[in-house]
Structures are given as structure tokens and as C-alpha cells.
Design a protein around this ligand. Structure first.
Ligand SMILES: [Zn+2]
Ligand SMILES: [Zn+2]
Ligand SMILES: [Zn+2]
Length: 314
């Protein structure tokens, strides 16, 4: 069961999903609910002996009909895989799955915004190690989407278009690019290795992308996440969010993917403490330009021809 309350002092909604405290927490593989149901084995959430990509309703939804939805997207039946390590064809297929869910959920009258995301690593609260992401269909346009729409108004046009042009002109923080997509550490990053992956052309959502653009997006996202894993030679925790146009019918937006990694060194986390929580101002101890150098090297190392197709063993 989920319910919402309006927090007057902050001017924002808070969602309560009170049954979630009992959900499965970091099970061993033999109890993994996202593994396939193998012949003779215990039943999992997925009643097939093998699969490529599966989407199903979250058993512990933060939003549910008729006021939104919460879904789970399982990337692979390989318990020990990762988004970074998916076969390129599978990563491309995932872009099409995301697109289909955005279109179908976004078409519902109770859904004003679709957030596709992945929480990777216990550092960001993952409760299942099996490679998967989630989709929340919101019955409202949430505050972060609202901030980006306000940035459009402030910049007098599409903010991601304007900011991408600045990053390309500067070049110092660009860490990877291909024909359709550019990845950079933003000028005023709030996390040490924050990375934005942005479509070169103005595309409001995945639904507006050509097939080649979706393939380019998958390539860039995998290059970035493989670089993350390479950076400290360890599985790199992150929050990955896909930002697209709200689906309330009226507003702008520009497809991009943001990563908020919590690590500031191989072993130290960036915590949101007094200044960040109490004042809303992020204090950073590393400049985005320096993060970009490290990430660019990590991505380039992993992209060398001799290593192509390897990914990182996790
Ligand atoms: Zn599993
Ligand atoms: Zn744009
Ligand atoms: Zn964004």
C-alpha cells in the first residue's frame, strides 16, 4: 500500500510505501527472486527457465494504480552480470524496452512522469544484487523534473541543448562521445564522478529516437559504466536515472541519463550531511575537470581494441 502527503514546508510530495520494510534483502543466489525458475528448482518472480529481459510489477510498489505504477526491469538471467557487462545487443534491446515502457505508462491518464532508474550497489541501497533497474510512473511531475523545466525557462530554451553546447565548446569535461551521444562531467557537478549522457540532437524522449540513436545511447552508457568499474578496479556503485519529457502532455524535455555515484575514493563515500541536507548546497572536494580526466582515462583504457568486448569481471 502506498499513500502520499504534501510536505508544506518544502512544497513537495512525500510517498509512503509502508509494506516495503519486509521486502527481500540481499538474498544469496539460491533465493534470488530475479533468477529464472529452473526446472525442479524453487519458483522465483520469473516463471521461465531462461530469459533475456523481463519487466513485471514491483511487489512492493511505491506507486500503484490508479495513481501511478512501479515496475522491475531485469536485464539478464545471469545473476552475476551487470549493466556494463551486457552483450551490446542486449543493452540495445534494453533501450527498446525502456522506450516501450515509457510510451505505455506515459499514455495512462494517471501518469504524468516516468522515471527509469537503476540503483547499483549496497552503497545506494540496492536490496537485490541481480542486475536490474526499476521504473516509477508518477501521478505528478516530481521536483527534479520541475527544476529542469525551470532551467529551460531560465536559459530561454532547452537547457540540456544549451548545456551540451557549452560542454562541447569547452571540451574539458567530455569523457566519451559517439555519433549521437556525448557523456560529460557537468560544469557544476554535485557528486565527484557525476556524469551526464546526453543526446546530441534534441529528443524529448526515447520515443523520438531513431534506432541508430538508441544503439548509440546503449554504447555510451556501457562505455561510461565500464569506465566506472575500471576507475577504482571495483564494482562501482551508482544511481542511474533516465530523464525524459514529462507525460502530462504539456511540457518540454530532452532525453539524457544522469549518474550520481556516491564514491569519492575507492573506499570513501560522499555523504549528504549538514550543509547538503540543511542548506541544500553541495560541498565538493574534487573539481569536475579532475574527475573528467580520471574517467576519460578509465573509459579509454577499457575501449582499447585488445580489450574490446571484455567488460569487467565482477
Ligand atoms: Zn539472481
Ligand atoms: Zn534539447
Ligand atoms: Zn536531468
Amino acid at each position: 500500500m502506498s499513500l502520499r502527503r504534501f510536505n508544506e514546508l518544502r512544497g513537495e510530495e512525500v510517498a509512503y510505501a509502508v509494506d516495503r520494510q519486509d521486502r527481500t534483502f540481499l538474498p544469496a543466489q539460491e533465493h534470488c527472486p530475479l533468477d529464472p525458475t529452473r526446472p525442479g528448482g524453487p519458483a522465483t518472480e520469473i516463471p521461465f527457465p531462461a530469459f533475456e529481459i523481463v519487466v513485471f510489477d514491483n511487489l512492493f510498489p511505491s506507486f500503484e494504480a490508479p495513481q501511478g505504477a512501479a515496475e522491475v526491469v531485469v536485464y539478464t538471467d545471469d545473476h552475476h552480470g551487470s549493466f556494463a557487462g551486457l552483450e551490446p545487443a542486449r543493452a540495445q534491446a534494453l533501450m527498446w524496452v525502456w522506450r516501450q515502457r515509457y510510451e505505455e505508462l506515459g499514455a495512462r491518464p494517471d501518469v504524468e512522469y516516468v522515471l527509469i532508474f537503476e540503483n547499483r550497489g549496497v552503497e545506494v541501497g540496492t536490496t537485490l544484487h541481480h542486475p536490474h533497474g526499476q521504473i516509477y510512473a508518477f501521478p505528478l511531475v516530481p521536483p527534479v523534473a520541475g527544476l529542469e523545466l525551470a532551467a529551460d525557462a531560465r536559459l530561454g530554451g532547452c537547457a540540456p541543448c544549451a548545456l551540451l553546447a557549452r560542454e562541447l565548446a569547452d571540451g574539458e569535461r567530455v569523457i566519451h562521445s559517439n555519433a549521437d551521444v556525448v557523456a560529460y562531467v557537468p560544469f557544476a557537478a554535485r557528486w565527484p564522478y557525476e556524469t551526464h549522457v546526453v543526446m546530441r540532437e534534441h529528443r524529448a524522449s526515447l520515443a523520438e529516437c531513431a534506432a541508430e540513436e538508441l544503439a548509440s545511447l546503449a554504447e555510451a552508457l556501457q562505455a561510461v559504466t565500464r569506465g566506472f568499474d575500471r576507475l577504482f578496479e571495483r564494482p562501482f556503485p551508482y544511481v542511474m536515472v533516465v530523464h525524459q519529457a514529462p507525460t502530462d502532455g504539456a511540457r518540454a524535455g530532452h532525453l539524457h541519463v544522469e549518474f550520481y555515484p556516491p564514491l569519492r575514493t575507492a573506499t570513501k563515500l560522499k555523504y549528504l550531511a549538514g550543509c547538503e541536507q540543511g542548506a541544500g548546497t553541495f560541498i565538493m572536494d574534487v573539481l569536475p575537470e579532475d574527475s573528467a580526466v580520471a574517467l576519460r582515462e578509465a573509459i579509454a583504457f577499457d575501449s582499447q581494441p585488445s580489450r574490446a568486448g571484455h567488460g569487467v569481471a565482477l
